[in-house]
Design a protein around this ligand. Structure first.
Ligand code: SF4
Ligand code: MG
Length: 319
């Protein structure tokens, strides 16, 4: 398979002040993350809230600037591209947000919302743009009768369909979808997931699918990366990861998913403690205070990244 996106040593650090007189502290929201996404696949990024998965997704599209690292897309290091070149490349990299309402201008009609990206990128004539908008609206399952309506006239699920239409109308290569169904009713979630899968086939899309919902991730992704406190701690093909998680954090995370299979005799692993503050992450392996398998070395030394054969894990247990 051909790589579409290569993220190398991505870092996003923030400076934070806790109080007026306290010194600045550094938050390592994304801390040296590397992964490759292949054309046509769905790559899942999972982990608890605050683990850095959204920041990673936003940094790839440069909606947030990374401090360091490389983002290779279509032969260019996107992280270094000047604004104008990035703007043109943006056509090929789109985002679908958790809350479509926040990304749809309430004062604009659906027609204006959908034709705007085409206009900005100088694509098609005005008449053709209207035609494209009406086509894409039908493709995402809404009638073009709705072209003159406003976002508030739609349900949450319909709004997400419009958010998806707005991303797909430019025929991008890559879509970063950040919790695209988390805000929707469960009954609507599967419809929107099926729409994403249908569009992927139809338009040869590649997805980065960011989610804390492991059931959805297992259903929709081809490979998964697991993040913990800004680091990628494990990565494998989805079924391999779900059947044989290697990292103790992944094992605990997956053990919390409700059991749906009768042969499944996993025991639930209860982690002690909360996710530590990223302002003051633990020494050594940042997971060590909660890890049931913690060894002496874990308290002081950062775990190396071990490749077990298309299965990557950052843990001292596999050295
Ligand atoms: Fe647990 Fe040590 Fe592995 Fe960290 S490196 S996950 S503390 S066993
Ligand atoms: Mg998030």
């Amino acid at each position: 398979p051909e790589p579409l996106l290569e993220v190398k040593h991505l870092k996003k650090y923030y400076e934070l002040k806790k109080g007026w007189f306290s010194p600045k502290q550094q938050v390592k929201a994304v801390d040296d993350v590397s992964f490759t996404v292949y054309r046509g696949e769905t790559y899942g990024l999972v982990g608890e809230s605050g683990c850095g998965k959204s920041t990673t997704g936003r940094a790839i599209l440069r909606l947030q600037e990374a401090n360091a690292g490389e983002i290779w897309f279509a032969g260019e290091n996107v992280a270094r591209l000047p604004y104008e070149r990035m703007r043109r490349l943006r056509r090929r990299m789109q985002m679908v947000f958790q809350d479509p309402y926040a990304s749809l201008n309430p004062k604009k009609t659906i027609l204006q919302i959908l034709t705007e990206p085409l206009r900005v990128h100088g694509l098609y004539s005005p008449d053709e743009r209207v035609k494209k908008a009406s086509e894409i609206l039908k493709i995402v399952g809404l009638s073009d009768y709705h072209l003159h309506s406003y976002p508030h006239e739609f349900s949450g699920g319909q709004r997400q369909r419009i958010g998806i239409a707005k991303a797909v109308i430019l025929q991008p290569d890559l879509i970063v979808a950040d919790e695209p169904v988390s805000a929707l009713d469960v009954s609507i979630q599967s419809q929107v997931i099926n729409l994403l899968l249908q569009l992927q086939r139809e338009f040869h899309l590649t997805y980065i699918f960011i989610s804390h919902d492991l059931g959805v991730v297992r259903h929709i992704t081809d490979r998964v990366g697991v993040m913990y406190l800004g680091k990628l701690v494990e990565q494998a093909q989805t079924e391999k990861l779900f059947q044989e998680p290697k990292h103790p954090y992944t094992q605990a995370l997956l053990s919390a998913v409700p059991i749906t299979h009768p042969d499944d005799t996993r025991e639930r692993i209860i982690l002690s403690g909360d996710v530590p503050s990223p302002l003051d992450p633990p020494q050594g392996c940042t997971f060590h205070p909660r890890c049931p398998a913690c060894m002496e070395v874990c308290r002081t030394e950062k775990p190396p990244v071990v490749d077990l054969g298309e299965h990557i894990v950052a843990c001292h247990l596999y050295v």
